[in-house]
Design a protein around this ligand. Structure first.
Ligand SMILES: [Fe+2]
Ligand SMILES: [Fe+2]
Length: 315
């Protein structure tokens, strides 16, 4: 178990805890079960030191490019993947970047920080097969779709760290699969591939869900606060809206991308009824979507999903 695990595992952070009363289980019982899962997840998956150091350097307003290149260069696979992802069409750079320095100049240090953090986090799950690979693919797909939605609606300025939050939104499921307390196969394919269904079953099974588990582990990995909060609240949009507009918009886009990704993962063509349902949903209204525009950008969503899912499944 890592050095930080026991301390974090003892204290479940109130603001990340969903706090709903479950008549079947005492809150204390659920919290101690969550604390144990957070402790084992952090023990099983210590965050890579190279990425941690690079994230620290990239957070400095006077970023030292040479130092970033030197640190990231210690992990050649991370370097290759970082450059490939930084040049992805979804990031809409006009010229390709050949070095980390160029990537930072073109995308900004915050976006490169997001890519390093996301690649390092998802890289910890690259060996997963079956259900794990399906969830990992879904996470990457949601990141691509969320990014494309934000671009199409000109919402980039109102969303901070959206790509990273979307990429990590279901990391709790990946962690939970490894901790092994929940038998996901028991839930059936219908539940696994439906939005807003798995967390209910998880709470029934163990008293907490993947959103709250993921958020606590991401906090242990020192991820940005808005990412931690968006992950914690992605199945409780009302709480996100109450807290902060930027957080509310991040959660809205993650939830819309989540529904769209499940549709795309099934290789189903876009149908008018589905697009209308998404555009007219609570989230669709919140983000200001309309059916015509969503239909028009659909091919871009498909391309963004394919591109990001492809980039994150290779290493
Ligand atoms: Fe989720
Ligand atoms: Fe999801």
């Amino acid at each position: 178990m890592s050095a930080v695990a026991p301390k974090l595992a003892e204290t479940i952070q109130e603001e990340l805890w969903f706090g709903d009363e479950d008549p079947m289980r005492s809150q204390l019982e659920a919290q101690s079960s969550l604390a144990a899962a957070v402790g084992s997840a952090l023990g099983l998956k210590p965050f890579p030191a190279v990425a941690s150091r690079a994230m620290q350097l990239l957070s400095d307003p006077d970023v030292d490019f040479k130092a970033v290149e030197k640190v990231v260069g210690q992990d050649p696979a991370l370097t290759t993947q970082l450059m490939r992802t930084a040049n992805a069409a979804v990031f809409a750079t006009t010229k390709s970047a050949d070095t980390i320095h160029q990537a930072v100049m073109r995308l900004g240090s915050r976006q490169v920080y997001n890519l390093v953090a996301g690649l390092a986090a998802m890289g910890m799950f690259r060996d997963l097969r079956g259900l794990g690979a399906y969830v990992r693919d879904h996470c990457a797909g949601v990141a691509g779709v969320a990014r494309a939605l934000a671009d199409s609606w000109g919402l980039q300025d109102g969303t901070r760290d959206l790509f990273l939050a979307a990429l990590l939104h279901d990391v709790g499921k990946l962690l939970s699969l490894q901790v092994g307390e929940i038998d996901y196969h028991r839930f059936g394919r219908e539940v696994i591939s439906a939005p807003d269904a798995v967390h209910v079953k998880e709470r029934e099974a163990v008293g907490y869900d993947h959103a709250v588990l993921g958020a606590h582990v991401l906090s242990g990995w020192r991820m940005p606060e808005i990412v931690v909060q968006a992950v914690a609240l992605h199945h409780q949009p009302g709480r996100a809206y109450e807290r902060d507009a930027q957080l509310g918009l991040n959660v809205t886009l993650i939830r819309l991308a989540n529904r769209i990704d499940y549709k795309l993962q099934r290789n189903e063509p876009a149908d008018d009824a589905f697009i209308a349902e998404v555009a007219q949903s609570g989230e669709g209204n919140y983000a200001g979507f309309d059916v015509t525009q969503l239909t028009a950008v659909w091919p871009q969503l498909v391309a963004a999903r394919r591109e990001v899912a492809g980039a994150f499944s290779k290493r």
